[in-house]
Design a protein around this ligand. Structure first.
Ligand code: SF4
Ligand code: ZN
Length: 308
């Protein structure tokens, strides 16, 4: 006997929702998924009508689903947003070149214009050349620092008001654990915020803050969205990998672990008198930094010194 959809629509269920365990048909799952994202957006007042919003798009499942859902909700609920896809080309042959092709197809499929900024044009280096020079040990450090700034610079070039990223609940819970293990109080305080950004910086928000990765995969699968699923060829990211495995183990014994870890992260606060880094402007490149010279400029200096 087929199981009926628990949303009482009369259709047969085809899936079990990871977040609630409900048996649902495809249509009711889509609706539940979209409504939760809509609720996250409206509860946190992420946008105001007229906002020009850049969707950080990598071609992967999270940002592809984010672009699709942002467009859908913008149309359904008249958010009044102007949307643009913003991609960073790190210069990784066999990975980013292919995933950018996916974003270019998304541009056509969703009718959202696309802007690509590259490490090559911004820093004079591709990740391929960085790895050639420095080896495979700290590639993700370079890449992470450069990507963060590249997104800001791309957003500034476009003149957008806000950036949205596809970080999901699993990513945020992993980051909470990593910051606890590292004792990184400043980041721990920031990482669960749904909106980040200070004076003079374009704010970033995470509409998928409470969305499970498994549901994003399911949504992309049932909607047959066009996304790129290969991992970066330089991906070691061992530390995050450990946090991920640990979280999956926790989930086996307690289904709500992901949301629980996020809530724990939210309730941390910094004791009075603890010195926190303050934001200022990098004296070399003029971008936001907590030091006199920003991390991107420091890394770049090291790279350029070793230039053959
Ligand atoms: Fe960059 Fe590392 Fe991610 Fe590859 S895995 S894209 S090198 S941060
Ligand atoms: Zn700088």
């Amino acid at each position: 006997m087929p199981v009926k959809c628990t949303a009482d629509c009369g259709r047969n269920a085809v899936l079990k929702r990871p977040k609630t365990g409900d048996a649902l048909c495809k249509e009711c799952f889509f609706r539940a998924f979209e409504e939760e994202v809509h609720h996250t957006i409206t509860a946190a007042k992420l946008f105001v009508p007229g906002d020009y919003v850049a969707i950080a798009a990598s071609g992967g499942k999270d940002s592809t689903v984010l672009a699709y859902v942002m467009k859908l909700l913008n149309d359904r609920y008249n958010y009044g947003l102007k949307l643009v896809l913003l991609s960073v080309d790190e210069g990784i042959t066999g990975y980013r070149d292919d995933s950018l092709e996916t974003v270019k197809r998304n541009e056509q499929q969703y009718g959202i214009p696309l802007k690509v900024v590259s490490y090559e044009e911004l820093y004079g280096w591709t990740m391929d050349r960085i790895v050639e020079q420095t080896g495979r040990r700290s590639n993700c450090t370079f890449c992470g620092v450069f990507r963060r700034q590249a997104l800001d610079r791309g957003a500034a070039l476009l003149g957008v008001d806000k950036i949205v990223t596809g970080h999901n609940a699993d990513d945020i819970a992993e980051t909470v654990l990593m910051n606890i293990l590292r004792g990184d109080v400043a980041r721990l305080q920031r990482c669960t915020a749904i909106v980040t950004g200070s004076e003079g910086v374009i704010s970033r928000s995470k509409p998928f803050k409470y969305t499970y990765e498994k549901e994003i995969v399911m949504y992309a699968y049932f909607k047959r969205l066009d996304y790129f699923s290969t991992e970066c060829i330089y991906s070691p990211n061992a530390y995050r990998g450990h946090a991920r495995v640990f979280l999956k183990d926790l989930e086996k014994v307690r289904a709500t672990s992901i949301i629980d870890v996020i809530h724990s992260g939210e309730s941390f606060s910094v004791r009075e008198g603890v010195k926190m880094p303050t934001q200022s402007i990098c004296e070399r490149c003029g971008h936001v930094s907590s030091q006199a010279v920003c991390k991107a400029c420091v890394l770049l200096e090291g790279l350029n010194k070793g230039k053959p």
